[in-house]
Design a protein around this ligand. Structure first.
Ligand code: GAR
Length: 209
């Protein structure tokens, strides 16, 4: 890995996780650099947030590619060109192709707003609420070929309160995400994550040297 851990952040929407990571880096609390931000949606507000923080931010239009594989090849090219060590999916709502997973095996992280394997997919908060669970949460995991099925790095529970709607619950989930994602990235960048089958071991500082 290069001296400073280089991140490539993929977004589709608002980008508050992206901005939180950018802030932590600016404050010197996360030893990493965001090398490039890529969005699959032109109107994603995360692109505006990224540029506000002086980051290189690009929209890559899925409509300009015949299929998912060729789209993902373009992303792989951009991420490699920017010498990215870790790909960070932050509200990126597309399933990545097996070729993409292989290109960055165990170097792609995703954050999901539920306790996986419960409520995978793009509406984890609403699905948990509709199901009536009393506890949901946040999962950070490595990405494999499945939908939200990769080895779990960190998880934290969030209680569902009696008056909750999707917005209030998502807001409390976001607060946990803003702590958990930088922590997982920090562990990766310090070489403290080891994937052992489905399990991810978090090594002590001295074990990682
Ligand atoms: C986050 O809550 C993230 O967990 C979720 O999208 C939100 C993005 O918010 N991701 C998924 O649902 C992935 N399936 P943000 O754009 O403000 O960071």
């Amino acid at each position: 890995m290069a001296e400073i851990c280089r991140l490539g952040v993929l977004i589709s929407g608002s980008g508050t996780n992206l901005e939180n990571i950018a802030r932590k880096i600016e404050e010197g609390r996360l030893p990493a650099r965001i090398a490039v931000v890529i969005s699959d949606r032109e109107e994603a507000y995360g692109l505006v947030r990224a540029r506000k923080h002086g980051l290189q931010a690009v929209f890559v239009d899925p409509g300009s590619f015949p299929d998912r594989v060729s789209y993902d090849r373009e992303l792989i090219r951009i991420l490699r060109e920017n010498e990215v060590d870790l790909v960070v999916l932050a509200g990126y709502m597309r399933l990545v192709s097996p070729e993409f997973v292989e290109a960055f095996r165990n170097r792609i992280m995703n954050i999901h707003p539920a306790l996986l394997p419960s409520f995978p997919g793009t509406s984890g908060v609403a699905d948990a609420l509709a199901y009536g669970v009393k506890v949901t949460g946040v999962t950070v995991h490595f990405v494999d070929e499945g939908l939200d099925t990769g080895p779990i790095i960190l998880q934290e529970a969030v209680p569902v309160l009696p008056g909750d709607d999707v917005e209030s619950l998502h807001q409390r989930i976001h607060e946990v995400e803003y702590r958990l994602y930088p922590e997982a990235i920090r562990l990766f960048c310090r070489g403290r994550l080891r994937v052992e089958g489905r399990r991810v071991a978090v090594l002590e500082e001295e074990e990682s040297r």
